[in-house]
Design a protein around this ligand. Structure first.
Ligand code: IMP
Ligand code: MG
Length: 182
């Protein structure tokens, strides 16, 4: 175990919560006629990969999966310009869309993505975020489903990185001192 990482959520805690969220989403979308227009679950790469995989496997209804890559964080913890590096390929017009995001911090990434998707006339857009750092919000955006609310520190693991490291950890940890990171 890396001494610069403090465990915040164990693998067991994460998996339990993910199943609860998936059950809730399954219930909320049970009236949708999935056979005609399956809801489209969009994974925001790369951070949401494990959360997205775990959530979608536990949705007990037919759905579609797609992927997008947006970027606000360049390296480490500093914020940069917003851009869409890779777009979804599904036509979402008239469909229910669920954006699956790793973490909402300032909210700028999601606000940008929601605006882009809205222009394509989906039937609905909902946001499912693994983590929510509410205190750091700079734009008015709320998730419909949240795994865990967390305080301000910088977290890694379960898909989330620090300069592309630690994504593969099955648990969530706080990076104690980024300057001591090796
Ligand atoms: P926002 O646009 O400020 O809400 O930033 C959201 C994005 O920043 C997330 O999708 C993450 O990729 C990244 N991010 C924000 N906070 C953290 C963190 O604590 N650890 C790792 N990535 C983070
Ligand atoms: Mg992200």
């Amino acid at each position: 175990m890396n001494s610069n990482i403090k465990v915040l959520l164990t693998e067991e805690q994460i998996q339990k919560r993910v199943k609860e969220l998936a059950a809730q989403i399954t219930l909320d979308y049970s009236s949708v006629d999935n056979s005609i227009r399956r809801p489209v679950f969009i994974c925001t790469l790369k951070g949401a990969i494990y959360f997205f995989a775990d959530i979608t496997k536990n949705i007990k209804r037919p759905i579609m999966l797609d992927f997008a890559k947006l970027s606000s964080y360049r390296n480490g913890t500093t914020s940069g310009e917003m851009e869409m590096q890779s777009d979804i390929t599904t036509d979402i017009e008239g469909r229910d869309v669920i954006i699956v995001e790793d973490i909402i911090d300032s909210g700028k990434t999601l606000a940008y993505f929601v605006e882009v998707l809205k222009k394509r006339n989906p039937k609905s857009i909902k946001i499912c975020a693994f983590l929510d750092k509410k205190e750091r919000r700079e734009v008015d955006i709320k998730a419909d489903y949240v795994g865990f609310d967390i305080p301000c520190g910088f977290v890694v693991g379960y898909g989330l990185d620090y300069a592309e490291k630690y994504r593969e950890l099955p648990y969530l940890g706080e990076l104690i001192d980024p300057s001591k990171d090796i």
